[in-house]
Design a protein. Structure first.
Length: 375
């Protein structure tokens, strides 16, 4: 049994950022991460300028980690393709590298990081929370759920407005010509009942992440092979980029029942951050941004002595409109007729969408310099 001020369940961007913020401010924090070693996650791996700014404040050196600058976006379907420069400079970095760097930052700042510790349960124990672990337990006055797209047993999330999509991810080594064609770009491919994105990441690799409806997945054979064939054939551009691609995972990563559009406006107990609080569709490229913003907002609220419910309402106000818009668009663009219409308006829509779904509220700063370790 160990006692702490705050226990955080989940060591992804949201959980690690919250731990780093609170530990730097002098709080006794336990960060519970179920994986014992760095692992890849189902994620587009796109970092918006807002995410880059928060990571810089946290002391994460993206350039040293090999992050790739992203300057443009292309959209393709069949033989049609449109490309536009982004109205800002973004970055791309694998979740394996980002998550590990953030866990180390939390440790450097003074948080106790429990790796390979899978939370088995969460319940009130008098005035404190008790997190049950395979070997013992952690108790804390406050607890935050930051388990990403996976729910903690006994604490399920509601379904979102678009919950029928299955996500897949694979890293590839592209051919030399394809690497050059993809350099500095995110390529989005549209196909009936789904869409996907391909972008360069560190070490000359490329990340393919896509979503497909459950019905389309079943019609494609129910597994990775058929779904990947559908994505590869969605456009001449994707066919060319993936023609000589070598998969780098032994098997693809997958996740189902993603609650796109979920925004939790209140809580009756734990602080909810990251995808436990709000889930924006992947094509918007704001998932990590919203996770980091929620962590910074939660840290400020905890340090000020505010209740979890007040924080939850504030976070919902900050991200709600962008998530509603992105989800409405996501629900439309999985339909073939809308995809054909998108070919006519894509040049204008890409630039508008890049601004409309971005975070409007600046991420708050905590009371302590989060990149400085406790002495």
């Amino acid at each position: 049994m160990s006692r702490h001020d705050v226990a955080i369940i989940g060591g992804g961007p949201a959980g690690a950022a919250l731990a780093a913020e609170l530990a730097a401010a002098g709080r006794d924090v336990a960060l519970i991460e179920r994986e014992a070693a760095p692992r890849d996650k189902v994620c587009g791996e796109f970092l918006s300028p807002e995410a880059v700014a928060v990571l810089d404040r946290l002391g994460i050196d993206l350039a040293a980690l090999g992050a790739v600058p992203i300057r443009g976006v292309g959209i393709s379907r069949g033989s049609w393709r449109s490309e536009r420069p982004l109205p800002y400079r973004a970055m791309s970095l694998s979740r394996r590298a980002l998550d590990e760097a953030m866990l180390r930052r939390a440790e450097t700042n003074g948080a106790r990081v429990l790796r390979g510790a899978s939370a088995r349960g969460l319940a009130r124990d008098g005035e404190r929370w008790r997190v049950s672990l395979p070997a013992g337990a952690v108790t804390a006055r406050e607890v935050a759920l930051a388990t990403g797209k996976h729910d903690l047993r006994g604490h399920p999330r509601p379904s979102g407005p678009q919950g029928d999509l299955v996500g897949f991810k694979m890293h590839f080594r592209l051919g030399a010509d394809a690497r050059g064609a993809l350099s500095g770009r995110v390529e989005i491919g549209l196909f009936p009942r789904g869409y996907g994105g391909l972008e360069p990441i560190e070490d000359d690799r490329a990340n393919l992440c896509f979503v497909i409806s459950q019905a389309a997945l079943a019609a494609s054979g129910g597994g990775w092979a058929g779904a990947f064939d559908r994505v590869r054939a969605c456009s001449a551009r994707f066919e060319a980029l993936l023609a000589d691609a070598t998969p780098l995972f032994e098997r693809p990563l997958a996740i189902s029942r993603i609650p796109y559009g979920l925004v939790r406006r209140t809580t009756e107990g734990p602080w909810l951050i990251g995808d436990q609080a709000a889930v924006i569709p992947s094509f918007a490229g704001e998932g990590v941004t919203f996770a980091l913003h929620g962590a910074a907002l939660a840290a400020r609220a905890m340090l000020a002595g505010k209740p979890a419910a007040a924080f939850q309402a504030e976070l919902a106000r900050d991200v709600g409109s962008q998530i509603r818009l992105a989800t409405a668009l996501s629900r439309m663009i999985v339909h073939a007729p809308v995809q054909r219409l998108a070919q006519l308006v894509a040049p204008a829509v890409v630039r508008w969408l890049a601004g409309a779904t971005r975070l409007k509220a600046p991420s708050p700063s905590s009371a302590a310099p989060v990149s400085a370790a406790r002495g």
